[in-house]
Design a protein around this ligand. Sequence first.
Ligand code: 1GP
Length: 238
Amino acid sequence: MRLEGQGLLVLVDPVRTNGAEAARIGRAAKAAGVRGFLIGSSFDGAAQTHEVARALRDSAPGVPVALFPGSAMQLTDQVDLVLFLSLVSGRNPQYLIEEHVRAVPFLRQHPVPTLSTAYILIDGGRVTSVESVSQTRPLPADKPELAAAHATAASLIGMQAIYLDAGSGAERPVSVEVIRACRAAVPQRPLFVGGGIRTPGQARAARQAGADFVVIGTVLEEEPRDDAGLEAFVEAVR
Ligand code: 1GP
């Protein structure tokens, strides 16, 4: 199953979610019409990634599940796609190439499709897990041209997609100025935007600025939503 088009993606953190909870999220998300799921965590989570992925697949048939891995330890074959993330806003070789090399033996044995993705961390007002685990600084929030230069460079290298992330639980989502600049710089590549999106209005703004996929995670954990609440997000990014 392919992750295509545009829409809302629900991020499920396998450290904070067990199989039963994932199944509940899967049913609600399918009923609401989400475009797909991401599974991932910046830190470990290896133990439950497999279980959560299976629960999502079983509870939401027809909805693609993509891995959004924090490291090669989280790899599972229970997904339709692996976002092969390079943390290009940082300069830590571990997240630019090392984890990718470590992933190769697994991917040889389990040929899950990959999407090479330039992962660009943008300052969201607080130190997030990605920043602290990766030991990299995010790009400043008010320098759209700098984010766009990173997106362009990644595209010239040959990366297939761009992910702008303010980090899970960010105080401020990625600004529309940054999204617009990256969209203009890389018009042909799928653009994911997430981190700190808490309202349908923020989701709509990200989509209107050029995001193909808008990602929400924390807001669903903080206030578990009925289908109608999730539908408002789906509708906002349609
Ligand atoms: C984080 O983009 C995702 O990598 C989602 O962020 O948990 O803040 O929604 P939130």
